[in-house]
Design a protein around this ligand. Structure first.
Ligand code: FES
Ligand SMILES: [Fe+2]
Length: 381
């Protein structure tokens, strides 16, 4: 976030604190429980949200060098991302053009060639088919038209977007809209990828995202774990097209009072949470960046798989640095696993219980309302 904007947001939070309040939405919101529990709704989401628009699938820092690649299977189709010799990111379906086997697994570096394990058709990291063993048997198969199927991809401000529709096209600047300059200022591409962990949980994917979008539950659910770190009664929320931002001040935030504005460091004294619509959450944590990429597992309505990524300003070179980030990541996941997920699982089973047709979001949960309004609009379009 640009410093001028940090100053404005710092003032805004001081004002909320002085008035003893948090940002309020104009009115409450009632969300149908079916959005969490109806398999038909999940199937429409798969088409409209997960195939029908670009998704922020990864960060540039996870494949920083030419020859790096990674595969990902959480989206609606198997994906390979590569970085070419020229430094460009490419996205392909991980599907061999011979009989359709997967041409790559996991992730790696210095990879110029992808050799399909089935019959060794070989592709370069620009997706071109460069070798067919016993090629004389494939008369009429033109290498030029049998490369890996490309997906539309864009890399902007250290974030990689892909749309899981080979025929689509999009513009990343337009996707970010009014958030573009703000995200540019973080220089996400300058961070170092530390670790990614993946977890599958028995809840709708939106419940994972919802958990980031209000400070209201910290005082009760996370009373002993997260609440002591934050001033959860004073959060600011902003909606940028379909994307949402929430800022939650740390206990250290009031230290800035009385200091000159040019020294105000909003990033250090808050957690800044972005939902890059629909399924990616970036948390700017002051000393590191967390990313959460959340998907319905295999399109299921009541199961979600997410990657949690940690990006750090300096690569961890010593055992103590590794230990520091390991503990940090363990703590984040333990809180989610022990506190958020069991509660969300209750919401999931409650949604099909017949108890109610809607849940209600309070005026003190404006970021949550912003996210669900964007979902409703996208699904209606
Ligand atoms: S399926 Fe890939 S080479 Fe045969
Ligand atoms: Fe939580």
């Amino acid at each position: 976030m640009q410093h001028q904007k940090q100053v404005a947001e710092t003032r805004r939070l001081f004002d909320l604190m002085a008035r003893g309040t948090t940002d309020f939405a104009p009115e409450i919101w009632r969300e149908p429980v079916a959005v969490y529990a109806d398999p038909a709704h999940a199937a429409r989401e798969q088409e409209i949200l997960f195939r029908g628009r670009p998704l922020a699938v990864a960060m540039s820092a996870e494949l920083p060098r030419p020859g790096d690649f990674l595969t990902d299977d959480l989206g609606p189709a198997p994906l390979i991302l590569t970085r070419t010799v020229a430094g460009e990111v490419k996205a392909f379906l991980n599907v061999c053009r011979h009989r359709g086997a997967r041409v790559a697994e996991g992730k790696g570096s210095n990879k110029r060639r992808f050799i399909c394990p089935y019959h060794a058709w070989t592709y370069d990291n620009e997706g071109r088919l460069v070798g067919i063993p016993e090629q004389e048997a494939f008369e009429g198969v033109d290498c030029a038209t049998h490369g890996l199927t490309p997906l539309p991809v864009a890399e902007r401000h250290g974030i990689i977007w892909v749309q899981f529709d080979p025929k689509a096209s999009f513009d990343a600047e337009a996707v970010l809209g009014p958030l573009d300059a703000e995200l540019a200022a973080y220089n996400f591409a300058g961070y170092h990828f530390h670790e990614r962990r993946t977890m599958t949980v028995p809840i709708n994917w939106k419940l994972v995202v919802d958990g980031f979008l209000e400070g209201y539950h910290l005082r009760s659910l996370h009373k002993k774990t997260v609440e002591p770190i934050f001033l959860s009664r004073h959060c600011s929320a902003e909606v940028y097209g379909p994307n949402v931002r929430m800022i939650i001040p740390r206990r250290s935030f009031p230290e800035m009072q009385g200091q000159p504005e040019q020294s105000w460091d909003l990033v250090r004294h808050t957690a800044i949470i972005y939902v890059l619509f629909p399924n990616t959450v970036i948390v700017v944590q002051g000393d590191h960046i967390e990313t959460w990429h959340c998907y319905p597992s295999g399109g299921k309505v009541d199961e979600c798989t997410f990657h949690l990524g940690f990006y750090v300003p300096e690569p961890a070179m010593t055992p103590s640095a590794h230990e520091h980030w390991r503990r940090n990541m363990d703590l984040v996941l333990a809180t989610v696993k022990d506190e958020d997920i069991p509660t969300s699982r209750g919401i999931q089973t409650g949604a099909t219980s017949g108890a109610q047709t809607h849940v209600v979001f309070g005026r003190n949960e404006p970021a949550l309302i912003g996210f669900h309004r964007a979902l409703r609009d996208a699904m209606a379009a």
